[in-house]
Design a binder for this molecule. Structure first.
Ligand SMILES: [Zn+2]
Ligand SMILES: [Zn+2]
Length: 258
């Protein structure tokens, strides 16, 4: 009913909303707040009416207040939700859509570690040794070997770091020049950088152990002649630097535990 009762006043606006002509005591020479917000947000009332629950359509058609609450239908099929006109026009409105928008990584499952069966059969002995040495200091999961990313890397929506620490969202890579002295140089270095960028995008940091004469690569490089216990000490230090001492302590293996 277009009687303007929703406003609780007898004000009529230039847009025609508010009190009806015969009950209006004041007519303001400007659009109602709701029409002004529609202009501001480049929407029109028809678009808004298409989103509201059918039973409330008539009331919304005449509404002037941006704080007025209605029941809305989510365009993505989530359950109906109650929100003000302001929230619907200036925000996401639907709480579930809002949650998804808050975590863009989750939308693509980017950043989620998972187990890819039969992957990385060619793990080097040094990588295995690094895993053993690090596993003596902090708890490492055995059930993950890949991380979903929000782009593709070598055609796959995932990367496969040497070591994954989900509790800290840190990946560790062991790089050395290999037998031919060419691994991790040139094109490999470019792809290593791309891999790090893909991980950074989904909230992960990468520590690179750079052995055998390789230079630093990325902000968390540990340059060393070869893998040693000292290198593992430095990894722990860098983990603390990245995520803080409390987060790292939570994963520490107590010396008398095993
Ligand atoms: Zn209006
Ligand atoms: Zn929704």
């Amino acid at each position: 009913m277009a009687d303007g009762s929703a406003t609780g006043t007898s004000i009529r606006f230039r847009c025609g909303h508010g009190a009806s002509l015969d009950t209006a005591r004041i007519t303001l020479q400007r659009p109602c707040p709701l029409c002004m917000l529609l202009v501001e947000t480049k929407r029109d009332r028809r678009q808004l009416l298409a989103k509201v629950a059918p039973a409330e359509r008539a009331a919304l058609a005449q509404e002037t207040r941006i704080g007025a609450e209605f029941e809305w239908i989510c365009v993505r099929g989530h359950s109906r939700f109650t929100a003000s006109v302001r929230e619907v026009l200036t925000g996401v409105g639907c709480p579930k859509c809002f949650k998804n928008a808050q975590a863009p990584a989750a939308r693509f499952e980017g950043g989620v570690p998972f187990m890819k069966p039969a992957l990385r059969l060619g793990t080097s002995q040094t990588e295995q040794r690094l895993r053993v040495l690090l596993g003596e200091r902090i708890r490492l999961p055995h059930r993950v070997n890949a991380i979903k990313i929000s782009r593709t890397f070598f055609g796959k929506p995932e990367v496969w770091p040497d070591i994954i620490i989900p509790g800290l969202m840190v990946a560790i890579e062991y790089d050395d020049p290999g037998r031919d002295g060419l691994s991790h140089r040139g094109l490999k270095e470019a792809s290593d950088r791309e891999k790090d960028a893909a991980l950074n995008e989904v909230g992960w940091e990468v520590i690179r152990v750079r052995a055998g004469g390789l230079d630093e690569l990325g902000p968390y490089s540990i340059v060393c002649p070869a893998l040693s216990v000292g290198v593992v000490d430095r990894i722990l230090e860098v983990l603390v630097q990245i995520r803080g001492v409390e987060a790292v302590d939570r994963l520490r293996v107590s010396p008398d535990a095993s």
